[in-house]
Design a protein around this ligand. Structure first.
Ligand SMILES: *Cc1c(COP(=O)(O)O)cnc(C)c1O
Length: 351
């Protein structure tokens, strides 16, 4: 029987067992290596990165490369495409990716076709003649869900490369490589590391030639993570299933409670995961006041940590205008559910 991911997260990426071998991989702090080995220089590889890469690969499938951030990983993917390549991407998703793709489109680096990922037929129509399909599902922050299985299968029939941002769903919910995707990306910053203390990204693929191109992109763009950050992220991976399952359980309870709350007009939740978004019956200023009034939930951006965090997404000028002004994104952490709910009700009572 295959190991369960809860077990794999704990066992993967360990040094070989030998008398007095350390149980955990050490932090290898060096810029250079004695000659004769496969690494040579610290921009080409590092044993602490490899341990983390083995652990993520064991969860997602394929082989993995870690990068200095999620955005660095995404930039590496697009840097492998030829000048002017037609790319299909969501018209609504993580604001950093939207900003990057708009800038690539504006400069002619890529020809980006933005489409509503929920409209499967529209995506398929837009894919004709494209070189690459970039999927994010569920999307950040509106939690729209794309039909990944159908879109990946259609793209493969047309010979189009597919990358999937799996940050929100995580490998506990979906494995895009198993559905036929070429690349799976994570903002390791979020659930995989899980303690809001490290930025990192990853790319996983089953294709050795693509792995080589992505590895070269990392080496020569220089978008490498620090060894200590890799060690912290791997420490986080050990408890990732435990944290994710707990936060998901709380998120489901909060969705029910928020849906019944008179000051909430809409709750968005894809049915899984630990992120939910809801709209407040009030002005943007009142919505800000709710976020500022919490005493347990931190008023901060980012997500996927043990700490519950929330924010009004439109406070960021780069956030898409299609995101409602009154939308609050809540990343549910691992605190006791009663304490989280008490904090939310008190904050909503401030308006
Ligand atoms: C945070 C995030 C990113 C970017 O990752 P960084 O580690 O912040 O660079 C990309 N996609 C999604 C869905 C994210 O939430």
């Amino acid at each position: 029987m295959d190991q369960h991911p809860e077990t794999t997260a704990i066992t993967a990426g360990r040094p070989e067992v030998a008398p007095d071998a350390s149980l955990n991989p050490p932090v290898v702090l060096t810029s250079t290596f004695h000659s004769g080995g496969p690494i040579g220089y610290g921009r080409y590889g590092n044993q602490t990165w490899s341990a983390l890469e083995d652990a993520i690969a064991a969860l997602e499938g394929g082989s993995t490369l870690v990068f200095s951030s999620g955005m660095a990983a995404i930039t590496a993917v697009f840097s492998t495409l030829p000048l002017g390549a037609p790319v299909v991407a969501s018209n609504q998703g993580y604001s950093g990716v939207m900003t990057l793709l708009k800038s690539f489109h504006g400069s002619g680096r890529l020809e980006v076709r933005f489409v509503d990922l929920v409209d499967t037929q529209a995506v398929i129509d837009t894919m004709k003649g494209a070189a690459f399909l970039w999927l994010e599902s569920p999307t950040n922050p509106c939690l729209d869900v794309a039909d990944l299985a159908t879109l990946i299968a259609e793209a493969k029939k047309m010979g189009i490369g597919v990358g999937v941002d799996n940050t929100f769903a995580t490998p506990l919910v979906q494995n895009p490589l198993a559905m036929g995707a070429d690349i799976v990306m994570h903002s390791v910053t979020k659930f995989l590391s899980g303690h809001s203390d490290v930025l990192m990204g990853s790319l996983s693929t089953n294709d050795p030639a693509l792995l080589k191109r992505l590895s070269d992109a990392r080496s020569f763009n220089g978008s490498i993570p620090g060894p200590f950050e890799a060690w912290l992220a791997l420490r986080g991976v050990r408890t990732f299933p435990l944290r994710f399952n707990k936060a998901q359980e709380s998120a489901k309870i909060l969705v029910e409670k928020l849906t019944a709350h008179p000051k909430i007009t809409r709750v968005r939740y894809p049915g899984f995961g630990a992120i939910l978004s809801f709209e407040v019956d009030g002005t943007p200023e009142q919505t800000e006041r709710v976020c500022e009034s919490s005493t347990l939930i931190a008023h901060a951006t980012s997500l996927g940590g043990v700490e519950s965090l929330w924010e009004r997404r439109r406070r960021w000028p780069i956030e898409s205008a299609s995101v409602p002004e009154q939308l609050i994104r809540l990343s549910v952490g691992c605190e006791h559910i009663d304490d989280i709910w008490a904090d939310i009700t008190a904050a909503l009572a401030s308006i």
